[in-house]
Write a protein that binds this ligand. Structure first.
Ligand code: SF4
Ligand code: SF4
Length: 284
């Protein structure tokens, strides 16, 4: 029987820890992986990999349109919108605002059938390629407040291929990060041994524990700080799979647009170890 594909999400409690470097390095080191950049407010994986967009599709959410003539101003839609995205002013019909998540509840609860929906573009999913390497990139349109529909669309496209997948998740520990790691078999948390790195990793570990996901940590720039990352991850039963010291050559290579593993043997070896451990954790 064919082995089930493995999905690994690379996440971090805070931005700037080297999360995209790890995702890009996995993609250039382990043959045959597909990528998904769902850091949709600031996607940079294609840039780091030198990949070009070869196709693109719009992501739309259902946007409520209210028929002023049918609406009797009962306020049911406003009351039931849990995002506060409908407001009524001066006796007029409700007006949707940018907080709308396109959940469709308002049209369902309207007793007058006064609400219809139209598609509202909120972002796009691009398929990018460099040689045999392919990745899906979610990109939120500027000014759109909710990244989750774009994250979901990019992940759907990538998961539909049924291949081993590396997800570059949004930083932080809120809805976008949870949406990005939800489908992963294993989560790799990238951190640094600074007080901020420690505090944000603690939050990320709590979220991952709540989600019940197997996880491991990577300590990047492990020689530039003395926070007790191992002590912290041990409390959550999460192993540290790699410790990567600061390297001027790696920083220069990154600044020139190359993933660390493209130029550094230590990174390449760490990526091989990371993938093997992820496979073990997921029972592949
Ligand atoms: S679609 Fe959902 S989020 Fe948008 S206005 Fe209606 S109830 Fe609120
Ligand atoms: S629920 Fe329907 S009828 Fe009532 S205020 Fe909203 S749009 Fe108007």
């Amino acid at each position: 029987m064919a082995e089930r594909p493995l999905t690994v999400a690379v996440a971090s409690g805070k931005g700037g820890t080297g999360k995209s470097c790890v995702a890009a390095s996995l993609l250039v080191t382990v043959p045959g992986l597909l990528g998904a950049d769902v850091d949709v407010e600031e996607p940079n994986l294609a840039l780091l990999l030198g990949a070009e967009a070869i196709s693109s599709s719009l992501v739309e959410i259902p946007w409520p349109v209210i028929d002023d003539a049918l609406c009797d101003r009962c306020g049911e839609c406003v009351k039931n919108c849990r995002f506060g995205a409908l407001l009524m002013f001066g006796g007029g019909a409700p007006v949707p605002n940018d907080l709308c998540h396109g959940c469709g509840v308002c049209s369902m609860v309207c007793p007058r059938k006064a609400i219809t929906e139209v598609g509202r573009p909120v972002g796009e999913v691009r398929l990018c390629r460099r040689g045999d390497l392919r990745l899906y990139e979610g990109r939120l349109h500027v000014g759109m407040p909710n990244p989750v529909p774009v994250i979901d669309a990019a992940l759907r496209a990538a998961l539909a291929e049924g291949r081993d997948l590396v997800i570059d998740s949004p930083p932080g520990t809120s809805c976008p990060m949870v949406s990005a790691v939800r489908e992963a078999d294993v989560v790799v948390l990238v951190t640094e041994p600074t007080p901020f790195g420690y505090a944000d990793l603690d939050l990320a570990l709590q979220v991952i524990r709540e989600l019940g996901k197997p996880a491991m940590a990577v300590v990047n720039r492990c020689d530039l700080g003395d926070a007790d990352i191992e002590g912290l991850t041990e409390r959550y039963g999460v192993p540290v799979a790699a410790r990567l010291p600061f390297s001027r050559a790696v920083a220069e290579s990154y600044a020139a647009g190359n993933p660390p593993a493209a130029t550094d043997a230590l990174w390449r070896d760490a990526m091989v170890t990371l993938w093997e451990r992820a496979k073990e954790m997921a029972g592949r």
